[in-house]
Design a protein around this ligand. Structure first.
Ligand SMILES: NC(=O)c1ccc[n+]([C@@H]2O[C@H](COP(=O)([O-])OP(=O)(O)OC[C@H]3O[C@@H](n4cnc5c(N)ncnc54)[C@H](O)[C@@H]3O)[C@@H](O)[C@H]2O)c1
Length: 309
Protein backbone atom coordinates (compact mmCIF):
# COMPACT_ATOMS: atom_id res chain seq x y z
CA UNK A 1 0.00 0.00 0.00
CA UNK A 2 1.42 3.39 -1.04
CA UNK A 3 1.58 5.76 1.93
CA UNK A 4 4.54 7.98 1.13
CA UNK A 5 5.89 9.26 -2.18
CA UNK A 6 9.25 10.65 -3.27
CA UNK A 7 9.54 12.81 -6.39
CA UNK A 8 13.06 13.14 -7.79
CA UNK A 9 13.52 16.32 -9.83
CA UNK A 10 11.64 19.47 -8.84
CA UNK A 11 11.24 21.09 -12.26
CA UNK A 12 8.11 21.67 -14.33
CA UNK A 13 6.81 18.11 -13.97
CA UNK A 14 8.15 17.26 -10.51
CA UNK A 15 6.32 20.23 -8.94
CA UNK A 16 2.99 19.33 -10.57
CA UNK A 17 3.28 15.63 -9.70
CA UNK A 18 4.27 16.34 -6.09
CA UNK A 19 1.45 18.85 -5.70
CA UNK A 20 -1.16 16.41 -7.09
CA UNK A 21 -0.40 13.88 -4.36
CA UNK A 22 0.22 16.32 -1.49
CA UNK A 23 -3.21 17.86 -2.19
CA UNK A 24 -4.74 14.37 -1.89
CA UNK A 25 -3.24 13.77 1.56
CA UNK A 26 0.02 11.96 0.76
CA UNK A 27 3.32 13.03 2.32
CA UNK A 28 5.70 13.80 -0.58
CA UNK A 29 9.48 14.15 -0.30
CA UNK A 30 10.86 16.26 -3.15
CA UNK A 31 14.51 15.96 -4.13
CA UNK A 32 16.74 18.03 -6.41
CA UNK A 33 20.46 18.58 -6.79
CA UNK A 34 20.55 22.18 -5.50
CA UNK A 35 18.79 23.93 -2.63
CA UNK A 36 17.97 26.91 -4.87
CA UNK A 37 15.96 24.62 -7.20
CA UNK A 38 14.03 23.30 -4.20
CA UNK A 39 13.35 26.84 -2.93
CA UNK A 40 11.95 27.71 -6.36
CA UNK A 41 9.88 24.48 -6.38
CA UNK A 42 8.37 25.33 -3.00
CA UNK A 43 7.39 28.75 -4.33
CA UNK A 44 5.92 27.22 -7.51
CA UNK A 45 3.84 24.67 -5.59
CA UNK A 46 2.67 27.36 -3.18
CA UNK A 47 1.56 29.71 -5.96
CA UNK A 48 -0.11 26.85 -7.90
CA UNK A 49 -2.06 25.99 -4.73
CA UNK A 50 -2.92 29.69 -4.27
CA UNK A 51 -4.33 29.63 -7.77
CA UNK A 52 -6.61 26.69 -6.84
CA UNK A 53 -7.75 28.59 -3.74
CA UNK A 54 -8.51 31.65 -5.86
CA UNK A 55 -10.70 29.63 -8.21
CA UNK A 56 -12.53 27.82 -5.41
CA UNK A 57 -11.09 24.33 -6.02
CA UNK A 58 -9.53 24.09 -2.54
CA UNK A 59 -9.72 26.07 0.71
CA UNK A 60 -6.88 28.04 2.35
CA UNK A 61 -6.70 25.31 5.01
CA UNK A 62 -6.33 22.60 2.33
CA UNK A 63 -3.60 24.68 0.71
CA UNK A 64 -1.54 24.97 3.87
CA UNK A 65 -2.06 21.28 4.72
CA UNK A 66 -0.89 20.28 1.22
CA UNK A 67 2.21 22.45 1.56
CA UNK A 68 2.97 20.99 4.98
CA UNK A 69 2.88 17.50 3.48
CA UNK A 70 5.70 18.46 1.06
CA UNK A 71 9.27 18.10 2.34
CA UNK A 72 12.23 19.36 0.33
CA UNK A 73 15.73 17.90 0.46
CA UNK A 74 18.91 17.71 -1.61
CA UNK A 75 19.70 14.44 0.21
CA UNK A 76 18.50 11.61 -2.06
CA UNK A 77 18.82 8.97 0.68
CA UNK A 78 16.64 10.99 3.02
CA UNK A 79 14.03 11.57 0.28
CA UNK A 80 13.62 7.91 -0.70
CA UNK A 81 14.46 5.91 2.41
CA UNK A 82 10.86 5.41 3.59
CA UNK A 83 9.03 6.12 0.30
CA UNK A 84 6.68 3.44 -1.07
CA UNK A 85 6.75 4.97 -4.55
CA UNK A 86 9.69 6.89 -6.03
CA UNK A 87 8.79 8.92 -9.15
CA UNK A 88 11.72 10.08 -11.28
CA UNK A 89 11.15 13.42 -13.08
CA UNK A 90 14.68 14.52 -14.00
CA UNK A 91 15.74 15.74 -17.50
CA UNK A 92 15.26 13.54 -20.56
CA UNK A 93 18.95 12.54 -20.73
CA UNK A 94 19.47 8.79 -20.51
CA UNK A 95 22.88 8.96 -18.78
CA UNK A 96 21.39 11.18 -16.05
CA UNK A 97 18.47 8.83 -15.53
CA UNK A 98 20.74 5.72 -15.45
CA UNK A 99 23.10 7.34 -12.96
CA UNK A 100 20.14 8.16 -10.68
CA UNK A 101 18.73 4.61 -10.99
CA UNK A 102 22.07 3.15 -9.90
CA UNK A 103 21.76 5.16 -6.70
CA UNK A 104 18.09 4.22 -6.26
CA UNK A 105 19.01 0.52 -6.52
CA UNK A 106 20.85 0.96 -3.23
CA UNK A 107 18.93 3.74 -1.48
CA UNK A 108 15.24 2.99 -2.11
CA UNK A 109 13.49 0.44 0.14
CA UNK A 110 13.56 -3.02 -1.48
CA UNK A 111 9.76 -3.12 -1.69
CA UNK A 112 9.40 0.44 -3.06
CA UNK A 113 7.92 0.98 -6.53
CA UNK A 114 10.11 2.99 -8.94
CA UNK A 115 8.72 4.80 -11.97
CA UNK A 116 9.91 7.25 -14.60
CA UNK A 117 8.04 10.22 -16.05
CA UNK A 118 9.97 9.90 -19.34
CA UNK A 119 8.19 11.20 -22.42
CA UNK A 120 10.33 9.46 -25.03
CA UNK A 121 12.52 6.63 -23.69
CA UNK A 122 11.30 3.04 -24.03
CA UNK A 123 11.08 1.04 -20.81
CA UNK A 124 13.51 -1.52 -22.25
CA UNK A 125 16.22 1.20 -22.45
CA UNK A 126 15.47 2.94 -19.16
CA UNK A 127 15.46 -0.28 -17.16
CA UNK A 128 19.06 -1.31 -18.02
CA UNK A 129 20.75 -0.34 -14.71
CA UNK A 130 17.78 -1.38 -12.55
CA UNK A 131 18.67 -4.45 -10.48
CA UNK A 132 15.15 -5.29 -9.25
CA UNK A 133 13.31 -4.96 -12.55
CA UNK A 134 9.89 -6.17 -11.44
CA UNK A 135 9.30 -2.93 -9.55
CA UNK A 136 10.17 -0.44 -12.32
CA UNK A 137 7.81 1.00 -14.95
CA UNK A 138 6.79 4.25 -16.67
CA UNK A 139 4.18 6.68 -15.31
CA UNK A 140 3.87 9.52 -17.83
CA UNK A 141 2.08 12.59 -16.45
CA UNK A 142 1.00 15.58 -18.57
CA UNK A 143 1.94 19.20 -18.11
CA UNK A 144 0.52 20.90 -16.01
CA UNK A 145 0.53 17.66 -13.99
CA UNK A 146 -1.47 19.11 -11.09
CA UNK A 147 -4.36 19.91 -13.47
CA UNK A 148 -4.32 17.37 -16.33
CA UNK A 149 -5.77 14.02 -15.22
CA UNK A 150 -4.14 11.62 -17.74
CA UNK A 151 -1.25 9.39 -16.62
CA UNK A 152 -0.02 6.85 -19.19
CA UNK A 153 1.46 3.69 -17.70
CA UNK A 154 3.89 1.45 -19.58
CA UNK A 155 4.88 -1.87 -18.05
CA UNK A 156 7.29 -4.48 -19.35
CA UNK A 157 7.37 -8.28 -19.39
CA UNK A 158 9.23 -8.33 -16.08
CA UNK A 159 7.00 -5.79 -14.30
CA UNK A 160 5.11 -6.93 -11.20
CA UNK A 161 1.47 -6.38 -12.19
CA UNK A 162 0.43 -6.19 -8.52
CA UNK A 163 2.55 -3.06 -8.15
CA UNK A 164 1.11 -1.58 -11.35
CA UNK A 165 -2.41 -2.28 -10.05
CA UNK A 166 -1.53 -0.53 -6.79
CA UNK A 167 -0.30 2.57 -8.67
CA UNK A 168 -3.43 2.55 -10.89
CA UNK A 169 -5.66 2.29 -7.80
CA UNK A 170 -3.81 5.07 -6.03
CA UNK A 171 -3.82 7.38 -9.10
CA UNK A 172 -7.58 6.97 -9.44
CA UNK A 173 -8.00 7.75 -5.75
CA UNK A 174 -5.94 10.92 -6.32
CA UNK A 175 -8.32 12.04 -9.10
CA UNK A 176 -6.07 11.01 -12.00
CA UNK A 177 -7.13 9.01 -15.07
CA UNK A 178 -4.52 6.30 -15.64
CA UNK A 179 -4.31 4.53 -19.01
CA UNK A 180 -2.32 1.29 -19.10
CA UNK A 181 -0.72 0.59 -22.49
CA UNK A 182 -1.10 -3.01 -23.69
CA UNK A 183 2.39 -2.88 -25.20
CA UNK A 184 5.35 -0.55 -25.54
CA UNK A 185 5.24 1.97 -28.39
CA UNK A 186 7.33 5.06 -29.18
CA UNK A 187 5.55 8.22 -27.90
CA UNK A 188 2.92 6.21 -25.98
CA UNK A 189 -0.69 7.10 -26.93
CA UNK A 190 -1.33 10.80 -26.34
CA UNK A 191 1.89 12.18 -27.81
CA UNK A 192 1.46 10.00 -30.92
CA UNK A 193 -2.05 11.38 -31.43
CA UNK A 194 -0.89 14.92 -30.72
CA UNK A 195 2.09 14.64 -33.09
CA UNK A 196 -0.11 13.28 -35.90
CA UNK A 197 -2.41 16.30 -35.55
CA UNK A 198 0.50 18.75 -35.25
CA UNK A 199 2.08 17.42 -38.45
CA UNK A 200 -1.08 18.21 -40.39
CA UNK A 201 -1.49 21.60 -38.62
CA UNK A 202 1.98 22.72 -39.73
CA UNK A 203 1.39 21.34 -43.24
CA UNK A 204 -1.82 23.39 -43.58
CA UNK A 205 0.04 26.56 -42.55
CA UNK A 206 2.95 25.84 -44.93
CA UNK A 207 0.55 25.19 -47.82
CA UNK A 208 -1.07 28.60 -47.18
CA UNK A 209 -4.46 27.07 -46.35
CA UNK A 210 -4.75 28.92 -43.02
CA UNK A 211 -2.69 31.01 -40.62
CA UNK A 212 -1.74 29.65 -37.16
CA UNK A 213 -4.61 31.53 -35.48
CA UNK A 214 -7.24 29.88 -37.69
CA UNK A 215 -5.65 26.42 -37.39
CA UNK A 216 -5.74 26.83 -33.60
CA UNK A 217 -9.34 28.09 -33.75
CA UNK A 218 -10.41 25.05 -35.80
CA UNK A 219 -9.08 22.88 -32.97
CA UNK A 220 -10.20 24.82 -29.88
CA UNK A 221 -13.66 25.70 -31.26
CA UNK A 222 -14.24 22.51 -33.24
CA UNK A 223 -12.59 19.15 -32.76
CA UNK A 224 -10.92 20.03 -29.44
CA UNK A 225 -14.19 21.38 -28.05
CA UNK A 226 -15.64 17.87 -28.46
CA UNK A 227 -12.52 15.93 -27.50
CA UNK A 228 -12.58 16.90 -23.82
CA UNK A 229 -15.72 14.75 -23.55
CA UNK A 230 -15.77 12.42 -26.58
CA UNK A 231 -12.63 10.69 -27.86
CA UNK A 232 -12.04 10.00 -31.57
CA UNK A 233 -13.34 6.43 -31.57
CA UNK A 234 -16.58 7.46 -29.84
CA UNK A 235 -16.95 10.29 -32.36
CA UNK A 236 -16.45 7.81 -35.20
CA UNK A 237 -19.15 5.54 -33.75
CA UNK A 238 -21.60 8.41 -33.27
CA UNK A 239 -20.96 9.79 -36.77
CA UNK A 240 -21.32 6.31 -38.30
CA UNK A 241 -18.39 4.14 -39.37
CA UNK A 242 -19.69 4.11 -42.97
CA UNK A 243 -19.42 7.92 -42.96
CA UNK A 244 -15.94 7.73 -41.48
CA UNK A 245 -14.89 5.17 -44.11
CA UNK A 246 -15.73 7.78 -46.78
CA UNK A 247 -13.95 10.52 -44.79
CA UNK A 248 -10.77 8.42 -44.63
CA UNK A 249 -10.93 7.23 -48.22
CA UNK A 250 -11.44 10.80 -49.50
CA UNK A 251 -9.06 12.75 -47.24
CA UNK A 252 -6.29 10.32 -46.15
CA UNK A 253 -4.50 10.33 -49.54
CA UNK A 254 -4.01 14.13 -49.21
CA UNK A 255 -2.71 14.17 -45.64
CA UNK A 256 0.89 15.09 -44.89
CA UNK A 257 3.12 12.03 -44.58
CA UNK A 258 6.51 13.56 -43.74
CA UNK A 259 8.66 11.53 -41.36
CA UNK A 260 10.62 14.28 -39.60
CA UNK A 261 9.93 17.68 -38.05
CA UNK A 262 7.80 19.95 -40.30
CA UNK A 263 9.88 22.27 -42.52
CA UNK A 264 8.24 25.32 -40.89
CA UNK A 265 9.49 24.19 -37.46
CA UNK A 266 12.99 23.56 -38.86
CA UNK A 267 13.09 27.10 -40.30
CA UNK A 268 11.86 28.69 -37.05
CA UNK A 269 14.40 26.73 -34.98
CA UNK A 270 17.23 27.71 -37.36
CA UNK A 271 16.22 31.38 -36.90
CA UNK A 272 16.04 30.86 -33.09
CA UNK A 273 12.35 31.81 -33.10
CA UNK A 274 11.42 29.17 -30.53
CA UNK A 275 8.07 30.44 -29.32
CA UNK A 276 7.18 31.88 -25.90
CA UNK A 277 10.70 31.36 -24.53
CA UNK A 278 12.32 33.65 -27.13
CA UNK A 279 9.39 36.09 -27.45
CA UNK A 280 8.54 34.98 -30.99
CA UNK A 281 7.48 31.74 -32.61
CA UNK A 282 4.30 31.32 -34.61
CA UNK A 283 2.88 34.13 -32.43
CA UNK A 284 4.59 37.18 -30.86
CA UNK A 285 5.01 37.29 -27.05
CA UNK A 286 6.27 39.48 -24.31
CA UNK A 287 6.73 38.38 -20.67
CA UNK A 288 3.36 39.69 -19.57
CA UNK A 289 1.46 38.02 -22.41
CA UNK A 290 2.97 34.61 -21.63
CA UNK A 291 2.05 35.00 -17.96
CA UNK A 292 -1.52 35.94 -18.92
CA UNK A 293 -1.86 33.06 -21.39
CA UNK A 294 -0.67 30.54 -18.79
CA UNK A 295 -2.96 31.97 -16.13
CA UNK A 296 -5.95 31.85 -18.50
CA UNK A 297 -5.00 28.30 -19.50
CA UNK A 298 -4.89 27.11 -15.89
CA UNK A 299 -8.15 28.88 -15.08
CA UNK A 300 -9.82 27.20 -18.08
CA UNK A 301 -8.41 23.80 -17.03
CA UNK A 302 -9.85 24.22 -13.52
CA UNK A 303 -13.27 25.05 -15.02
CA UNK A 304 -13.01 22.14 -17.47
CA UNK A 305 -12.17 19.75 -14.61
CA UNK A 306 -15.25 21.00 -12.76
CA UNK A 307 -17.41 20.58 -15.90
CA UNK A 308 -16.09 17.05 -16.44
CA UNK A 309 -16.73 16.03 -12.85
N1 LIG B 1 7.85 19.43 -19.47
C1 LIG B 1 6.89 18.68 -19.99
O1 LIG B 1 5.94 19.19 -20.61
C2 LIG B 1 6.92 17.18 -19.80
C3 LIG B 1 5.72 16.44 -19.98
C4 LIG B 1 5.72 15.07 -19.73
C5 LIG B 1 6.90 14.43 -19.37
N2 LIG B 1 8.06 15.15 -19.24
C6 LIG B 1 9.27 14.44 -18.80
O2 LIG B 1 9.44 14.66 -17.39
C7 LIG B 1 10.84 14.66 -17.06
C8 LIG B 1 11.20 15.97 -16.39
O3 LIG B 1 10.89 17.03 -17.26
P1 LIG B 1 10.76 18.54 -16.74
O4 LIG B 1 10.14 19.30 -17.86
O5 LIG B 1 10.10 18.57 -15.40
O6 LIG B 1 12.29 18.95 -16.58
P2 LIG B 1 12.91 20.21 -15.82
O7 LIG B 1 14.17 20.50 -16.49
O8 LIG B 1 11.88 21.28 -15.66
O9 LIG B 1 13.21 19.63 -14.35
C9 LIG B 1 14.13 18.63 -14.09
C10 LIG B 1 14.66 18.82 -12.68
O10 LIG B 1 15.45 17.68 -12.34
C11 LIG B 1 16.56 18.15 -11.59
N3 LIG B 1 17.61 17.12 -11.60
C12 LIG B 1 18.54 16.88 -12.55
N4 LIG B 1 19.31 15.83 -12.20
C13 LIG B 1 18.84 15.41 -11.00
C14 LIG B 1 19.24 14.37 -10.12
N5 LIG B 1 20.21 13.52 -10.42
N6 LIG B 1 18.57 14.22 -8.96
C15 LIG B 1 17.56 15.08 -8.63
N7 LIG B 1 17.14 16.07 -9.43
C16 LIG B 1 17.77 16.24 -10.60
C17 LIG B 1 16.94 19.46 -12.26
O11 LIG B 1 17.76 20.24 -11.42
C18 LIG B 1 15.57 20.05 -12.53
O12 LIG B 1 15.11 20.84 -11.45
C19 LIG B 1 11.57 14.41 -18.37
O13 LIG B 1 11.80 13.04 -18.49
C20 LIG B 1 10.57 14.88 -19.42
O14 LIG B 1 10.75 14.28 -20.67
C21 LIG B 1 8.09 16.52 -19.43
Amino acid sequence: MIKKIAVIGSGVMGCGIAQSFAAQGYPVAINDIKQEFLDKAKQTISSQLDFLVRFGSISMKQKSEALTRCSFTTNLEQAVKDADWVIEAIPEVIEMKWSLYEKLNKLAATDAILSSNTSTFPLSLLIKPITQRSRFFITHFFNPAHLVPLVEIVKGETTDTVQVDEVVRMLKEAGKQPVLLKKEVNGFIANRLQTALMREAFALISQGVADPQDVDRAVTEGIGFRWAFLGPTRIADLGGLDTWKRVFDNIAPDLDKSTGAPELINQQVAAHLLGAKTGKGLYDYDGETVHRILEERDQAFVQLAKAKS
